[in-house]
Design a binder for this molecule. Sequence first.
Ligand SMILES: Cc1cc2nc3c(=O)[nH]c(=O)nc-3n(C[C@H](O)[C@H](O)[C@H](O)COP(=O)(O)O)c2cc1C
Length: 185
Amino acid sequence: MIRVAIVIGSTRPGRNGEAVGHWIHNLAAKRLDAEFELVDLKDYDLPLLDEPMPAALGQYSRPHTRAWASTIAAFDAYVFVTPEYNHSIPGALKNAIDFLYAEWNNKAAGFVSYGSNGGSRAVEQLRLVMGELQVADVRAQVSLSLFTDFENFSALTPAPEQEGAAIAMLDQVVAWGRALRPLRA
Ligand SMILES: Cc1cc2nc3c(=O)[nH]c(=O)nc-3n(C[C@H](O)[C@H](O)[C@H](O)COP(=O)(O)O)c2cc1C
């Protein structure tokens, strides 16, 4: 069975990301076709990238990089939970992605985003980053609107159709995560 990490990509105090991450994890955990685990960037407390060598060389010198690498390496696919910050992803998420390279390669990814336009501009940028990391990003995505899927922009109350969108995204992530297995072997 493949293992899928649900990566909470925002770290600020009072973030909505935690509720969004738990919502998608609760939905995913009902499935029997993969194992799903929450990975909260906040728990890794990564500094701004401080490795002397580029990640693609795999010469990690810092304990926090090695800890982050061993977490990410253990998964076959990822669901990135990201807000939109100035039409992009949070710096904390980009920084965490940049720390590693081989650990991401030949894996699959899906996205759950949120923002005033559903966070879709952040996901478009994240898809470009995925290409460089050799991650296969699925088409189906979940876009939560701060206006219609949250109360007062802060309490998560997803519209009923969001569950269907989440299932479609997870179906694709699991299928692609499995299909890429031979490349990871
Ligand atoms: C620095 C910053 C920039 C933001 N820029 C945008 C934006 O460009 N578009 C948008 O729809 N929402 C924007 N927002 C609103 C966030 O999407 C919203 O506050 C979301 O809840 C932030 O995620 P978090 O609560 O998990 O940190 C911005 C929020 C912050 C903190």
